[in-house]
Design a protein around this ligand. Structure first.
Ligand SMILES: [Zn+2]
Length: 274
């Protein structure tokens, strides 16, 4: 699997080269509207702007600080992560599957949902890794630093109150980081996390589609993203039955292909050792 930056830089270069080529063509035909240098410069400017916007927003952002999204390893290991819980009955069903398979995973919980289901949150934390996913699951990309800090802090408080542990991991809602989000998480002692493959299961595709998307995109050191809740909604609005139905098969097929399962901190340790 290639690092997405490879593609970004390719796109940036292609845009710049495109601008230059366009200028050349126009000049050669004698119908140049603008000079070659002007068009080439415009191409470069667009590329730089696009790159900056991508890096501002991407779940794998690196420009403003490190976001962990996979381990650089050839070992067949995967970290399963689940966002937006705890949410009855799905989180409990997931815990049963993971227990049955002898697997530990990582759950990014929403503070508001933790307050609604404190016992479920504690049950998750007793066996798995728990990360902060804010308090109300807002879009934080363009939020002021004070608002970001408040969302993260209230998420920490809710999780600490329910589980007795303080998360060291943070995943931004909706996947888009900004520099103020990364620095706020760092100030509160949390590392920012993205993912390497998701099944877009927030749109509730059929479970076989969820399964094939994950299995198609996963590789050694991969971090999968699925959902055991939805925003701050509870059952029945938050319907994660398709996701839960896909998880057992995903695990069985990965196991059959020689994969082992790590929590995110374990995956980070592996990456650091590599
Ligand atoms: Zn989320």
């Amino acid at each position: 699997m290639k690092h997405p930056r490879t593609h970004v830089w390719k796109a940036a270069v292609a845009t710049a080269v495109g601008g230059a080529a366009l200028a050349g063509v126009r000049t050669a035909t004698g119908r140049a509207v603008r000079s070659a240098p002007t068009l080439a410069a415009a191409g470069t400017g667009m590329a730089a702007g696009g790159l900056l916007a991508y890096e501002w927003l991407t779940p794998r952002s690196w420009l403003y600080g490190p976001v962990f999204w996979h381990a650089r390893t050839s070992e067949r290991v995967v970290a399963l992560t689940f966002d937006d819980g705890p949410c009855h009955p799905y989180t409990g069903q997931l815990l049963e599957i993971l227990d049955h398979e002898g697997i530990r995973a990582t759950f990014f919980q929403v503070g508001n949902n933790v307050i609604r289901e404190p016992n479920l949150s504690a049950e998750v934390a007793s066996r798995h890794e728990v990360g902060n996913h804010t308090f109300t699951h807002p879009h934080l990309t363009w939020s002021r630093p004070g608002k970001v800090r408040e969302e993260l802090l209230r998420g920490q408080e809710a999780i600490h109150e329910a589980t007795g542990t303080l998360p060291h991991l943070f995943r931004v809602p909706h996947g888009w980081y900004g520099p103020q989000v990364i620095s706020a998480a760092g100030d509160l002692g949390m590392r920012c996390v993205g993912w390497s493959v998701t099944a877009w299961d927030w749109d509730r595709p059929p479970s076989d589609v969820i399964q094939s998307r994950i299995l198609h995109g996963v590789g050694p050191g991969g971090v999968t993203l699925l959902h055991d809740g939805q925003d701050t909604d509870a059952f029945p609005k938050a319907d994660r039955s398709h996701t839960i139905a896909a998880v057992s098969d995903i695990i069985h097929i990965l196991k059959a292909n020689g994969y082992g399962f790590l929590t995110l901190p374990e995956m980070m340790d592996l990456d650091g050792a590599g």
